[in-house]
Design a protein around this ligand. Structure first.
Ligand code: UT7
Length: 325
C-alpha cells in the first residue's frame, strides 16, 4: 500500500566570506590552536560581515538547495527556518527569506530549538507535508552566533561560527516498502531542567537586550553522548534498522569528541561519519544541513542511502531523524 512520505529533493549551504582561524583567535583571547583542536576538533569558523544578517545567509542556502533540487522557488508553499539568532525579535526571519525568494503564497515561520533546530524543523515539516496541507517545503538552519558571543570569554567564543544550510522536501507517494525514500522516522526530546547549562543571558521579555551565550561546557558534554545515543536507539527501535544498515551518520557538529564517542557507542563505523566541525565550528541549527550538503556535493551521500541525523543543544533539546535519501 502506498504511503505519503517527505522526500528530500536537494540541499544547499552558505558560509560567509570571512574565515576566522584558531591562530587569529589566540591573538585576541587566552587560548591556543592546540587547545581548540585537541578539545573540539575545530580549526576555523566563518563570521558574517557587518550588515549580513541571518536571513541573508538563509536565502543563499535556500537558493542553492532549490538549484540542486531543480525546482522553482514559486513551487514552495512552506518555509521553516530553524534559528536562535533571528534578524529581529519579530517578524520571523522566515518571512524575510520568503520575500527574498519572491514567494507570496503558503506559510513561513521560525522555529527555535537551538542546536537541535534543524532536526526539529525536519520533523515538523515532515508532519505538515504528510498531513497533506503542503506540497513542497524548504527547511533551513541559519545562524549568526558571532553576534551573541562574548568575545572575551574563551570558554565559548572559540566554539561557534556563522552559516546556513537548507533542504527542499516534497510530499510524495512511496510504495510502502523497505526501499521507500524520504523521512522514515523522527524523534524529538527536551528537558527544561537543564536550561541554565546553555543559554543566552538576555531577551526581549527579560532584559530587553539581546544578551550573550553562556555555557557550562563540561556539564553539556556530560549529557550529550547519552542523550544522542538514546534518541538514535529510538530511531532504530521504531524502524528495525541497526547501526550496520546506516550508510551515513550526519551528526550535529559541536565537538569532534562528542561525535566520535557517540558513533563509537552506537557501533557506527568511523568512515560512515560526516565531519565538518573542523571547517566551520558549531553553527548551531545550520550545522547538520552544512554537513549534509558537503557529503552530497562530494558524492558520499547518494540517492537511496540511509542517512542518520542527530542533534543536541540548549534547553536541553535533542532529536534524531532517519532518512532514505
Ligand atoms: O551545540 C550545543 C552543545 N554544546 C556542546 O556540545 C558543547 C559541549 N562541551 C564541550 O564541547 C566541551 O566541554 C568544551 C569544548 C566546551 C570544553 O572542553 P572540556 O574538555 O570539557 O574542557 P573544560 O571545560 O573541562 O576545561 C578544561 C580547562 C579549564 O582549565 P582548568 O580549570 O583545568 O585550569 C578551562 O579553563 O581548559 C580551560 N579552557 C581553555 N583553555 C584554553 C577553557 N576554554 C579554553 C580555551 N583555551 N578556549
Amino acid at each position: 500500500m502506498s504511503v505519503l512520505r517527505s522526500v528530500v529533493l536537494g540541499c544547499g549551504s552558505y558560509l560567509p566570506e570571512r574565515v576566522l582561524s584558531n591562530q587569529e583567535l589566540a591573538a585576541k583571547v587566552d587560548t591556543t590552536d592546540d587547545w581548540i583542536v585537541q578539545r573540539t576538533g575545530i580549526r576555523q569558523r566563518y563570521i558574517a560581515a557587518d550588515g549580513e544578517v541571518t536571513s541573508d545567509l538563509a536565502i543563499q542556502a535556500a537558493k542553492a538547495a532549490l538549484a540542486s533540487a531543480h525546482v522553482d522557488a514559486q513551487s514552495i508553499d512552506l518555509i521553516v527556518l530553524a534559528t536562535s539568532t533571528p534578524d529581529n525579535t519579530f517578524p520571523a526571519s522566515a518571512v524575510s527569506v520568503q520575500a527574498g525568494l519572491g514567494i507570496t503564497r503558503g506559510a513561513a515561520f521560525d522555529l527555535q530549538a537551538v542546536c537541535s533546530g534543524f532536526v526539529y524543523g525536519l520533523s515538523i515539516t515532515d508532519a505538515l507535508l504528510r498531513a497533506g496541507g503542503y506540497k513542497r517545503a524548504l527547511v533551513i538552519g541559519a545562524e549568526t552566533f558571532s553576534r551573541i558571543l562574548d568575545w572575551n570569554d574563551r570558554t565559548t567564543c572559540v566554539l561557534f561560527g556563522d552559516g546556513a544550510g537548507a533542504v527542499v522536501m516534497e510530499a510524495q507517494q512511496q510504495p510502502g516498502t523497505r526501499d521507500d525514500r524520504g523521512v522514515l522516522t523522527t524523534h524529538l526530546r527536551s528537558d527544561g531542567r537543564h536550561k541554565s547549562k546553555l543559554y543566552v543571558d538576555g531577551g526581549p521579555s527579560s532584559t530587553k537586550t539581546v544578551g550573550f551565550l553562556r555555557m557550562e561546557g563540561r556539564a553539556v558534554f556530560k549529557h550529550a553522548v547519552a542523550m544522542i545515543t538514546d534518541v538514535i536507539e529510538d530511531a532504530f527501535r521504531t524502524t528495525g534498522y541497526t547501526a550496520a544498515d546506516i550508510n551515513w551518520f550526519v551528526p550535529h557538529q559541536a565537538n569532534r569528541r562528542i561525535i566520535d564517542d557517540s558513533a563509537h557507542k552506537l557501533g557506527i563505523a568511523p568512515e560512515k561519519v560526516v565531519i565538518t566541525v573542523d571547517q566551520h565550528g558549531n553553527t548551531s541549527a545550520a550545522s547538520i544541513p552544512l554537513a549534509l550538503n558537503a557529503a552530497v556535493k562530494d558524492g558520499r551521500i547518494k540517492k537511496g542511502d540511509l542517512v542518520l541525523l542527530e542533534a543536541m543543544g540548549g534547553g536541553f533539546t535533542w532529536g534524531s531523524a532517519l532518512i532514505r535519501w
